[in-house]
Design a protein around this ligand. Structure first.
Ligand SMILES: C[S@@+](CC[C@H](N)C(=O)[O-])C[C@H]1O[C@@H](n2cnc3c(N)ncnc32)[C@H](O)[C@@H]1O
Length: 423
């Protein structure tokens, strides 16, 4: 292994200084630009005509066009200061109430008014607003004058805004610690959630969830992020994804039986969604999580039962039709996943109960940055991972399950892995 420690150049550069300077300021893939522009033109028509999937394809093409047109130097700057400072400006804007004020007033707001409303130093506020406009978080309408756009209006709402303090309070320092951590551990895949980049980044001995449980504000912010981050994606319970009738119409399913136990279900947004989309589905819906999280599940439909439960202990709901795990197993390395899966397997009725895992299945090629980025977040915070199909198969086989089918909506959404117990 050849490792560059960041202080010295590689033994032999493949390009001379002049060549590399030229490459650094030339577009990354100029030969792709014309094709991508044509693709964008035709996808724009499909988008305007409201064709399903056109918006996401257009977004992908636009992203590819930016990458092709951008020079390597510009790309470096995008990573090194556009993204981190854009993040910092948005979190500052949230703290100051800038987004809320702009959203509450449907007109261009002069900076002097905004400074009074947010009790801000006007010179600092000018810098904040220029950066927020540069990253499209607000819209500049004139000199020192701004209004809201849809992003502004979204982060004016706490449920969405909380993504920023959550990532600052639970994740960014852990991500920053990754390169040094991997160097120290000689580039071994992290597998210990008590000794991973999280502990280094936050200088703590606690695991992620223990750390979180010690800070009620951060905990509430995290739970808000969890309740909204997957919105706008194909959901497993929507028509054309997973045939929910497979669960709701088995001949031996009764009103009094348990239909779904949502294990580690957070504030219950998945069961709420299920109740709204499948109002006549028979059977009990049970939300399990840690007591502090359940206490925050205030908007839960009255028919959903709350049940505090530690998923490392015996599963109290026996013989449910389905046990649902959404974004739970990715928080843990394989050996710990086996400890979460064992009590579920023991509670399941062979031939009847299903295990439903709602997670990313990383494709063999062309994985999307939302999934690979989340994989790195999992590596940083938990020594966890987003898994490939082969990794899921290996883990679930070890845990005593057979995968019946992996249901996938589209390339941007989490899959539903449907399993049964191997007798
Ligand atoms: C990444 S969140 C996923 C929440 C929800 N399923 C969703 O998709 O939004 C993981 C959840 O696991 C819960 N959790 C962590 N450790 C747990 C434990 N030992 N027993 C039960 N739940 C736990 C957390 O409180 C959190 O709500």
């Amino acid at each position: 292994m050849v490792e560059l420690n960041g202080t010295s150049a590689p033994a032999s550069d493949s390009h001379t200084g002049t060549q590399i300077d030229q490459i650094a300021v030339s577009p990354t893939a100029p030969d792709q630009v014309a094709n991508l522009a044509q693709t964008i033109a035709s996808l724009s028509k499909a988008f305007t005509a409201g064709e399903a999937g056109a918006r996401l394809q257009l977004l992908e093409a636009a992203d590819s066009l930016v990458s092709a047109l951008e020079t390597p130097r510009e790309t470096i700057l995008r990573y090194c200061w556009r993204n981190p400072t854009g993040f910092a400006a948005i979190e500052t804007g949230i703290n100051l109430g800038i987004f809320r004020y702009l959203s509450d007033h449907d007109r261009p707001i002069p900076i002097a008014e905004l400074a009074t409303a947010t009790a801000s130093d006007i010179v600092l506020l000018q810098r904040i607003m220029k950066q927020l406009n540069a990253v499209h978080a607000v819209t500049e309408t004139g000199r020192d004058e701004y209004t809201s756009n849809n992003f502004t209006r979204t982060v004016a709402n706490t449920r969405y805004a909380d993504a920023f303090p959550t990532i600052t309070g639970t994740t960014s320092p852990a991500i920053t610690a990754i390169p040094a951590f991997l160097r120290q551990t000689q580039y071994q895949n992290p597998t210990n959630g008590l000794a991973c980049p999280f502990q280094q980044g936050f200088n703590t001995k606690y695991s992620f969830f223990d750390f979180l449980s010690r800070d009620p504000t951060l905990s509430a912010q995290f739970n808000n992020l969890m309740s909204v981050y997957h919105q706008g994606r194909a959901s497993w319970m929507d028509p054309g994804f997973y045939p929910v009738e497979r669960l709701t119409h088995p001949s031996n399913h009764t009103d009094s039986g348990i239909l779904i136990v949502d294990v580690g279900g957070g504030k219950g947004h998945d069961l709420n969604e299920f109740r709204a989309k499948w109002p006549s589905a028979r059977g009990r819906l049970i939300l399990q999580d840690q007591p502090g999280v359940l206490a925050e599940a205030t908007g839960l439909h009255e028919s959903i039962e709350r049940m505090p439960h530690d998923f490392f202990t015996e599963q109290p709901c026996k013989g449910s039709r389905a046990y649902f795990l959404h974004s739970v197993l990715h928080d843990w390395p394989d050996d710990t996943c086996l400890k979460i899966l064992a009590p579920l397997r023991a509670a399941m009725t062979p031939g009847y109960s299903r295990l439903l895992i709602n997670e990313n299945v990383i494709p063999d090629r062309g994985a999307h940055w939302q999934a690979t980025g989340l994989d790195w977040v999992m590596m940083a915070d938990f020594a966890g991972a987003e898994r490939t199909e082969a990794q899921w198969r290996e883990l679930l086989t070890r845990a005593g399950f057979r995968i019946l089918k992996i249901w996938t909506g589209d390339a941007w959404s989490e899959s539903l892995i449907e399993c049964e117990v191997v007798e």
